[in-house]
Design a protein around this ligand. Sequence first.
Ligand code: NAD
Length: 295
Amino acid sequence: MSRIAFVGLGNMGLPMATNLVRTGHVVTGLDLSGDALARLVEAGGRAGGSLGEVVAEAEVVVTMLPEGRHVESVYGEENGVLTHAASGCLLIDCSTIHVESARKVAGLAAARGFDMVDAPVSGGVGGAAAGTLTFMVGGSDVAFGRARPILETMGKTIVHTGGAGSGQAAKICNNMILGISMVAVSEAFALAEKLGLDAQKLYDVASKSSGQCWSLTSYCPVPGPVPTSPANRGYQPGFAAAMMLKDLKLAQDVASLAGQATPLGAEAAQLYRLFVDAGNAGVDFSGIVRFLKGA
Ligand code: NAD
């Protein structure tokens, strides 16, 4: 079992850190929120003092932070992880960030001799709590081999996607599919309503036909057909629209740098921008169905 420093105990990080505690790791947490730290302590973890102290004692550092700027500052700043980590410490960043940001931090880590992976996740808060996340892991074979047993305590599917940054590439490609497909499914339910077609009937047909997809059968945007979907609890997230917008913007940014046209990705990003700007940042991303219906 390892001494793990876990930085970022938010919606995702806290349940992930809790699963590490449950499997016997000694987990010391850090967060800007005292509440988050208290909840880790309740779950059997420890509350850390300063980043430098916590990281210096760790064999593994896991970060789960909102955006690239947080990751770059936590790792790269004068008092950051790369300054204080002990030689041989394994670095795992699970945040969803820009591919270039991930490569930059991985480059700095490699220059100091650390094994590091970018390991963003899919599966949401439910998957984090259940320990069934999918990890997309970018980094060397050696770094992946070291990270794998740690990731297995938090997830069910662990895929080595290639070199540094490739985990982030996989994540934003996946989430671009998700954003586009949620808009597609929502448009279909909006049209069905106008045509007098019952939502459950559309579900019964499309879930067994060529329109079948995760946004329909696991996360149906209208109440009724899939009891666990956020549509049945007033579109409380789940996965907030602001997070979806962030991921679609990351995808657009990378697509433009790579010179790849992604017209539907661009359209989905634009729709989520309008949805978020209309006061829906904290609403589950499947709530876009109400927006498309003109509510
Ligand atoms: P969150 O905002 O709930 O948690 C982030 C935590 O990081 C907060 O508790 C915050 O206080 C802490 N933090 C910020 N800066 C810090 C610093 N300098 N030092 C220590 N702690 C700091 O976000 P989340 O929902 O847990 O998401 C985290 C990452 O996971 C994001 O990149 C997100 O895109 C990704 N993600 C989220 C979901 C989801 O369903 N929420 C799913 C997949 C991936």
